[in-house]
Every structure is written in C-alpha cells, then in structure tokens.
Design a protein around this ligand. Structure first.
Ligand SMILES: [Zn+2]
Length: 264
C-alpha cells in the first residue's frame, strides 16, 4: 500500500514538473542546439570571426591555478539572436525581449528533403500547412524551428554558406535556404508565435538583398534565432525551448545558448 502511495505521489510530482518546464531528470532529455564559439565559427562574410584572447593561464605565485580570457565577437555570428531592432526601428533590443518569447513550446518544420536539390529553397506557407495537416495547428506562443538540414555542413563555409569569400563579394555569393517573405508574414499574421529559429546563417535565404522576412517578423517584435544546431535530434512537436541570449543592453543581437527539453 505504502509503495503504491509513494509511486502515485512521485508520478504527480513529475507531471507537475513537466508542466512547469522544470527539468525533472528522467522525464526529459536535454538537447543542446548551440554551436561552440571558436576560430571555425561561421560569421557573416562582412564580420570578423570569434576571437578568444588568453589573459591568464597557469599556476600563480600564491599557489592557485588560474585561467581567464577575453573574447571579441560580432553580435551576428555563430548560434545567435536577432533582436527585432536589427531590422525594425524602435522595436525590441536584446534587453527588452520578454523571457516569455524566449522560453516555450517548440516545434520543428522539416523541409530538409525539399532542400537537397535547391540551395536557394524558400520555405513557403504550404510547408507550414503540410506540418499542420499532420500535427494540428501551430500552437499559440510556439517557437517555430525551421530545419533545412544545412546544420550538417557546419563549420564548412563553402557548403554551409555557398561561398567562403569575405566582404561584399562574399555576400553576393551566398546560397542557402531560408524563410520566404510571404511565409514570414503568414506566421506573423495568421498564427500567434513567440519566435522563429533556423539552421542557416539567416532567416532570409542567401540570395536575398532586402531581407524582407527579417522585416516582416521584426515589425511585430518576433525574435529570430540563426545558426541553430542539432535540429535533427528533435521531434516535430512536444518539447520546450529555452533560448537565452547574452543580455546586451541596446544590442541588435548576440551570442545565444539555446537548448530543447524533449518530453519523453
Ligand atoms: Zn543575425
């Protein structure tokens, strides 16, 4: 009797914990969706790469071991946040984005099969409608993750970006998939979502020169996560995203640690 009672109590605790998004151990699997920052980390062709400077390393005279570094980084490189102010005057900067937009119910829309023959593929409204036909309507407040499959090319710049050229010339040669402007507008107007993430260098496809998908999403303060890793490890639905960027005051973006808690 007593064992049954304890088991019953434990089950109740675990269910409550899941609903509260508290990692309860055995009930959830944690997945890291973040690329490491190092010298190979991919940045936009016009940006400097990530730099780690060693300030101290070794045994100190006082008898303790000590390591300390400084780092230098553009806001927009590696796995990072795009704050709405990046392309929308007066909208949220990093420090203004409410936590409710950064933590929530995640879904994965997988277009990787469609992208294999078309590096310039743009994810359309019909891709979302196909997802909804199987999984039901995109939940209110969802963090929508777009899986193009390009994450598998990281950190090979040629494969991932379509070019390893730098500067303006490099920008003109970018070829990777993204979210079509009409689909960005549809997500914004026809659904009520918290944020969008993608496993490429930009939410707009590589050949965009006016970044309309950025503009459409940011007009309604929808943050974007770029260069998201390991999306192949996630199911289409049924997990929680925690995406916490560096809280740069007035930042237009910044390094992002993003994880998923998959409910088993
Ligand atoms: Zn960005």
């Amino acid at each position: 009797m007593r064992t049954v009672a304890i088991f019953g109590f434990m089950s109740m605790f675990l269910i409550v914990s899941c609903q509260d998004n508290v990692p309860p151990g055995s009930q959830e699997t944690l997945v890291d969706l973040t690329h490491s920052f190092d010298t190979t980390t991919i940045y936009w062709p016009t940006a400097e790469g990530f730099q780690l400077h060693e300030d101290a390393k070794g045994w100190q005279e006082a008898g303790y071991y000590y390591e300390s570094n400084s780092f230098e980084s553009a806001e927009h490189g590696g796995t990072h946040l795009d704050a709405p102010i990046h392309f929308a005057e007066g909208k949220w900067a990093n420090h203004e984005i409410p936590l409710e937009r950064l933590v929530g119910h995640g879904i994965v829309v997988d277009v990787s099969e469609k992208v294999t023959d078309d590096r310039d593929y743009q994810i359309s409204v019909s891709d979302f409608e196909e997802w909804e036909a199987v999984n039901g309507q995109i939940p209110e407040g969802a963090i929508v993750l777009l899986r193009t499959g390009f994450g598998r090319y990281w950190p090979d710049r040629n494969q991932y970006l379509g070019t390893d050229l730098r500067g303006a010339e490099g920008v003109s040669q970018l070829h990777f998939p993204g979210l079509a402007p009409e689909a960005a507008k549809w997500l914004r107007d026809a659904r009520s979502i918290s944020a969008v993430g993608i496993d490429t260098a930009s939410i707009d496809y590589g050949q965009s020169n006016d970044y309309v998908s950025h503009q459409e999403l940011f007009a309604d303060n929808i943050p974007v996560f770029e260069n998201v890793a390991n999306l192949e490890a996630l199911p289409a639905n049924g997990f929680t995203i925690v995406a916490l960027p560096m809280k740069i005051y007035g930042g237009s973006g910044g390094p992002l640690r993003i994880i998923a808690m998959v409910h088993n």
